[in-house]
Ligand binder design. Structure first.
Ligand code: GDP
Length: 363
């Protein structure tokens, strides 16, 4: 007998019929894994049908630095491009505390009520250091974050400003292909990221505060010059008079600036994002601008210029990445760095040696 212990006369312990041992890995995990790596066709069809999950996953591929993800992302973007471009892109900047998130929530809800679909993206140069961006964070936009027709995505967080900006630029393409007809790109009005945002939007909106007047609140002069519209937030309660005064000052200051290439004279308005006063007027201004530049041809010209700009930006980024990520070059650079530090070689000779090595190998 195979199991003598199962004999009724047996007095010891009995052996039960065993069950198949369950797998040590949850089989559902595998399923989830597979869904992560869909085909380009699935992503593109999903995006074009407005599927947010697939849109989000495609954006994650755009943001990834893995070469195979990048390759898939580029193919998706290429196939989405013919369906992109049909939106109004607005850059929004202002120092921390100016009320960007409150305002984006208010402006955004205003657009959704009119039947638009809105994507809120961000470029935050500080996110690299702080590991994770605050800009574009859903929790800052209470109403939009739960609205059906809004898609909020924080700033990509890895890489150089150029790299981060390029990813946001590509995300715009995907969002437009997914049917979002309004795009906001948010940034902090203190650094170089404004130039990057300016080069991917149709209208650049600067949010200012009234009252302080301290050298335009740390906003660099170049940013003022880029603005197509300046809006003074928090024009509510006791602050209304101060806001109006700031508006007059800013209007006067703008007279000193040369006329913009678009031929548009930037407007200055006051509003309250919190109490939703003057939101309509801000939006009417943006539409006035869009009509004006579509009429005089600047709208298309600028978009073409921007496309050219991003071609060169992408080339620059890839050249830089190719060079600095090359292990042989990295080793050589470490050595050259020491030689420069110890005055054994000039900076220029060292640079030429590294570049010659890199390009020499490729000939
Ligand atoms: P951000 O850092 O530029 O995104 O600014 P927030 O939107 O977080 O706003 C900073 C602070 O200003 C918050 O405490 C807001 O409640 C307040 N705030 C924003 N907009 C207004 C407004 O229109 N009126 C008033 N009184 N306060 C506002």
């Amino acid at each position: 007998m195979e199991h003598p212990e199962n004999d009724p006369r047996y007095r010891g312990l009995t052996v039960n019929k065993g069950v198949a041992r369950p797998p040590s890995v949850n089989p559902y995990l595998k399923k989830r894994d597979r869904s992560k790596l869909r085909s380009v066709k699935e992503y593109v069809e999903g995006i074009l049908s407005g599927d947010r999950v697939l849109l989000s996953q495609a954006v994650t591929l755009v943001e990834s630095s893995l070469p195979e993800h990048q390759e898939t992302a580029q193919t998706i973007i290429e196939q989405c491009l013919p369906h992109a471009g049909n939106s109004i892109r607005v850059g929004i900047t202002g120092v921390p505390g100016a009320g960007k998130s409150t305002s984006i929530d208010a402006f955004g809800m205003h657009l959704l009520e009119k039947g638009h679909k809105l994507a809120v993206l961000a470029i935050d140069p500080s996110s690299e250091r702080s590991r994770g961006s605050i800009l574009g964070d859903k929790t800052r936009m209470e109403k939009l974050s739960v609205a059906e027709n809004a898609f909020i995505r924080p700033s990509p967080s890895a890489g150089s400003l150029g790299g981060v900006a390029r990813k946001t630029r590509e995300t715009i393409v995907l969002c437009e292909a997914a049917g979002f007809d309004s795009i906001f790109v948010e940034t902090v009005g203190v650094g170089q990221s404004e130039t990057a945002v300016h080069s991917m939007v149709d209208f650049f909106l600067l949010i200012q505060l009234s009252g302080t007047g301290d050298e335009l609140q740390g906003i660099k002069r170049g940013i003022m010059e880029m603005a197509d519209g300046i809006v003074i937030n928090k024009a509510d309660g006791d602050n209304i008079d101060k806001a109006n005064m700031a508006r007059r000052q800013l209007r006067n200051a703008l007279h000193l600036y040369p006329l913009q290439e678009s031929g548009w004279v930037p407007e200055v308005l006051t509003y309250s994002g919190y109490y939703k006063i003057g939101i309509d007027e801000v939006w009417e201004m943006i539409h006035r601008y869009i009509d004006f530049v579509k009429e005089n041809g600047y709208f298309d010209r600028k978009r073409k210029e921007q496309a050219k700009y991003w071609m060169f930006e992408s080339i620059n980024e890839q050249l830089r990445n190719g060079f600095y990520r090359d292990p042989e070059i990295a080793a050589l650079l470490a050595q050259l760095e020491q030689e420069v530090l110890h005055d054994r070689k000039s900076s220029f000779t060292a640079a030429r040696e590294a570049l010659e090595k890199y390009y020499g190998r490729r000939r």
